[in-house]
Design a protein around this ligand. Structure first.
Ligand SMILES: [Zn+2]
Ligand SMILES: [Zn+2]
Length: 227
């Protein structure tokens, strides 16, 4: 057996449990490096590191003031050097196989949700990358999702400053055939790859809040921490 991420041979003999898993899992070292969480107190809503335990951090307060629709924000891993490298390879070097690695790390339970909505990528970006980095992971996981949103955005988020992101125009729109009646009272989770300022997912939630969802949560594969 070889590790899907570092390709080193995994020495352990297969156990009864591992026989039921994939042939190429992650070695323990990679799993630990890639599901890294900084120690410390967290915001009860977005899981940002905070000095003092709080229900809602100052980032959230600011965002809720403008975009009040998201309930909780979950993340698979904190953004560190290792995840930075993984995301770079996955998004910009177009190493599509890394969708498998992210899927293996994602122990999130989708069960409570009636609808799973990935953040879309623009047509320009999709042409360049050939896949949507978020829904590709859902495909590997076998999670059904609803592509309710389209986007006009083509500028890379990573090229924008924090100020530019927070003040950018909402780039999302509902796809034509999406009807509010179909989603009334449902529990939804929006999926994105990296949570930095939070602007992207909050703007997406703003658009889909018109669909009468009962609850909107967010899952990101990775979250930056500033402290
Ligand atoms: Zn490994
Ligand atoms: Zn927060």
């Amino acid at each position: 057996m070889r590790c899907l991420y570092c390709h080193s041979v995994i020495a352990a003999e297969p156990t009864l449990v591992s026989l039921f898993k994939r042939d190429e899992p992650l070695c323990l070292t990679c799993r630990e490096k890639l599901t890294f969480k900084f120690p410390g107190e967290r915001c009860g809503r977005c899981h940002q590191l905070v000095n003092k335990k709080t229900e809602v951090c100052s980032d959230c307060e600011l965002l809720i003031g403008v975009y009040p629709h998201i309930n909780k924000i979950y993340t698979v891993t904190d953004y560190n050097e290792e995840t930075k490298m993984l995301m770079h390879r996955y998004k910009f070097v177009k190493d599509y196989a890394l969708a498998e690695v992210l899927a293996l790390l994602c122990s999130f339970s989708f069960k409570p949700y009636h609808a799973v909505v990935p953040i879309p990528v623009s047509t320009v970006r999709l042409k360049e990358r050939t896949y949507n980095q978020t829904s590709a992971v859902l495909d590997v996981l076998g999670i059904k999702y609803a592509e309710l949103l389209g986007t006009k955005k083509s500028k890379r988020q990573s090229d924008l400053t924090r100020h530019e992101r927070l003040n950018s125009e909402n780039p999302f729109y509902l796809k034509e055939n999406v009807r509010a009646d179909d989603f009334s009272g449902m529990n939804i989770v929006i999926i994105d790859d990296i949570y930095t300022t939070g602007t992207t997912v909050h703007q997406a939630a703003e658009i889909i809040s018109t669909l009468n969802f009962q609850n909107i949560d967010v899952l990101t594969f990775s979250k930056t921490q500033h402290i």
